[in-house]
Design a protein around this ligand. Sequence first.
Ligand code: KG4
Ligand code: ZN
Length: 344
Amino acid sequence: MEKKTLFSEKTVKIGPESSTDNYIMAIESSCDETACAIVKNGREVIANIVASQIKTHEKFGGVIPEIAAREHLDSINIVVQEAFDQSGLKPDDITAFAGTVGPGLVGCLLVGLNAAKTLALVHDKPFIGVNHLNAHLCANYIDTDLKPPFMALLVSGGHTQIIDVESYSKQTILGETIDDAVGEAYDKVARLIGLPYPGGPRLDKLAQEGNPKAFELPISKVGGYDFSFSGLKTAVLRLVKSFDGKELPVNDICASFQECVSKTLVKKLKKAVEEHGYKQIVIAGGVAANSEIRKKVFALENDGYKVFAPAMKYCTDNASMVASCAYFNTNTFDDIDIEVFSRV
Ligand code: KG4
Ligand code: ZN
C-alpha cells in the first residue's frame, strides 16, 4: 500500500508489495506496558523494548489508570531511545512510525500515540495508527511464514474472540464473550483464592501442580461461537466458600478452573475451523501464554491442522506486534488526527 509522508507528502510503499526493506518503529502503551520496537518487513524484530509497570500496580492488586498514564510519560522517551540504540538505526532509517490507537486505557493510549505521531511529524515519515486487537493477531507473523487464511482465537485481559482471518485486511469476528474475557476471569479467580496481581500467570503456574479433575466446574452452554465465563467465576466463588475458612486446595482449584476454561475455548475453536474448512489455527493475546491452552490447541496438530502461537514475549503487550500490524495493513488508520478509543 502507499502511504504519504506528513510534510513533503512523498509517497512511500509499505507492506509485502514494497520493493525496498521496510523498518517500522511502533509504540504500544494501551495498558501497563510502555513498549517500543523496530520490525523489518513485518516479521523480523530488530529491537523490542518493554518497560513493565507490574511492580507499581502490584501493591494495588490491579492497574490504576491514572498512575499507569503517568508512568508511561516517565518511560516513553527512554524506550524509544533504547529501541534506536538496540537496532543501531537512526530516525531517517525508519520507513514509518506506528502507534496503538485503541482499545485500551485512554490516558495511557494518549501518551504512546502522541509520541508516535510526533516522531512521524518531526522526521517527515508516514504515520500508521493500529488497533491493539489486530496487533495481537499479527504477533503470529513474527519469525514465521504464516499467511492468511486462518482461524484465530484471541484471548486477552479484555477480549475473547474467534476471528475468521480471510486476508491480511479482511477479518470477521465469529463469536466473542458475552460477559467476562478469559484474562479477566483468570485475574478475578486468582484474586478470589488470594493470589497477587497479575493473577493469570500465577494461577497457570499453580494449576500445573494440581489435579484438573479434582472439582467439576460448569462449562457454559452459550450457543454458536460465543463464550461466557461469569458462571464459572461464580462457581469458583461458591467452591471457595464451601471450605468455610479451612485451608483451600489451591493447586487443585487452579487446575480444575484451567481445565474448564481450556476445554471450552478449544471446543469452539475446533468447531469454527472445521466448519470453515481452514487448515491453519492461530492463538493470540496475553492468555495465549497459558500452558494448558497452548497444549490443547497444539494437540489439534494431530488432526492435521498447522497451529501458530506467538513466542511468550510476543503474547503479552509489546510493540513488535504493533509494527507487524502496521506493515501488513490489518485495518490500520493513516489519519494523523485519529483519536484514541477505549473500547471496540
Ligand atoms: O494481552 P494482554 O497482555 O493485555 C490485554 O490486551 O488485555 O493480556 C493480559 C491478560 C491478563 O489478564 C493476564 O492475567 C493474562 O493475560 N495472562 C495469563 C497468562 N499470562 C498472561 N492468563 C493465564 N495464563 C497465563 N500464563
Ligand atoms: Zn493486549
